[in-house]
Write a protein that binds this ligand. Structure first.
Ligand code: GLP
Length: 346
């Protein structure tokens, strides 16, 4: 599992939106090969959705061949209720992009047979070949989708009773009146999320810091269902500084150092080593100085030791040919100073 720490909500949103855009584009979806995207609601993804709409308007991503599956929906709330997740998704994302209505999947909390509705949802995911990327948020009690504490980590889409804490947390969307918050929801299961080929969870704010610490530093536990991320082969959590409050300083530094190394090899957006990303590096990174530093770091991974010479190289204003010559002849150790020198903000 990777943990990416960004300064604040806005930076988290930018990171995640860029990531989603890149994943869709790399996949090159078509009419008979849709990109399947799992999506959350709540305040956490709003910034991401707005940035995705901006990307769409700028012609940088298309949703024409994207199929979405939402995580959950309240039971008994009319679809057109201002707080239904249907309304939320259309207002924040769908109505602003070119997604096809038939490719949008949101559970129907008013279905006559709720169990059948849940079965159909799972079947539809299977029919489209599973979910490529599941984007998620969490509640302060560490629930993912509506998988409240104690939910089975092998659970599937089903009807769920909401925890009192969640009802209180979500009362802000119902004028602060907890009596108006539905007490039941349909939700994908933990296993439904974990079956996705990639899972990315957004965690922001100090009120979620305990959940983040439980998820990252403690064991897999049904009382913090997001901790199932530890078992996912391709799990990524993107959080802001506030959400790290309960983590050990050492843990935060550890994950940041991993990102520095990754960043220096792959580029600022940490999109992973697979696919044609190495070839796309020049598209991702436009800052010449950052490119030069990354190249040096790459060289230093191949060579070794002589930090002083490397630091000279990093601060010199020599030509890129000189840099490469130096990089070949010198060796480097990777101290925290070195990582700091390589910290190039995208
Ligand atoms: C609800 C949703 C979750 C969401 C959570 C967090 O409980 N069912 O899917 O992750 O809210 O909401 P927020 O992002 O507003 O904190």
């Amino acid at each position: 599992m990777r943990l990416i720490v960004r300064q604040d909500y806005d930076e988290v949103s930018s990171y995640v939106a860029y990531y989603v855009k890149e994943r869709i584009n790399q996949f090159q979806p078509s009419h008979d090969r849709l990109f399947t995207l799992g999506l959350p609601t709540g305040s956490s993804p709003i910034g991401v959705y707005h940035k995705l709409v901006d990307f769409y308007r700028a012609g940088k991503v298309s949703f024409e061949h994207v199929a979405t599956f939402n995580m959950d929906e309240y039971v008994g709330l009319p679809t057109d209720h201002p707080q239904s997740y249907h309304t939320f998704m259309w207002n924040h994302l769908f109505k602003h992009v070119n997604i096809k209505k038939e490719n949008v999947h949101i559970l129907d909390g008013n279905a006559e047979d709720l169990d059948e509705e849940c079965r159909k949802f799972e079947a539809e995911i299977m029919k489209l070949g599973g979910i490529e990327l599941f984007l998620g948020g969490i509640g302060p009690d560490g629930h993912i989708a509506f998988n409240e504490p104690g939910s089975s980590l092998t659970s599937r889409t089903r009807v769920k009773t909401l925890a009192y804490e969640t009802i209180i947390a979500n009362a802000r969307f119902f004028g602060g009146d907890i009596t108006k918050v539905p007490k039941l929801a349909l939700t994908v299961g933990v296993a439904t999320v974990m079956d996705a080929r990639e899972v990315m969870v957004v965690i922001t704010g100090a009120h979620k810091s305990l959940a983040l610490a439980k998820c990252v530093e403690e064991g897999v536990n049904h009382m913090w269902t997001v901790s199932a991320m530890q078992m996912h082969p391709k799990g990524l959590i993107v959080c802001d500084e506030d959400a790290t409050l309960e983590l050990h300083v050492k843990t935060v530094k550890y994950f940041k150092s991993i990102e520095h190394v990754h960043h220096s090899i792959i580029g600022p957006h940490n999109l992973g080593l697979q696919g044609n990303l190495l070839r796309n590096m020049t598209d991702i990174e436009t800052n010449q100085a950052a490119k030069r530093r990354r190249r040096l770091m790459l060289q230093s991974l191949l060579n070794d030791d002589d930090q002083e010479a490397r630091k000279d190289d990093l601060s010199s204003s020599s030509s890129s040919e000189d840099d490469e010559r130096h990089a070949k002849r010198t060796k480097t150790t990777y101290s925290s100073e070195m990582y700091a020198a390589l910290d190039v903000n995208p």
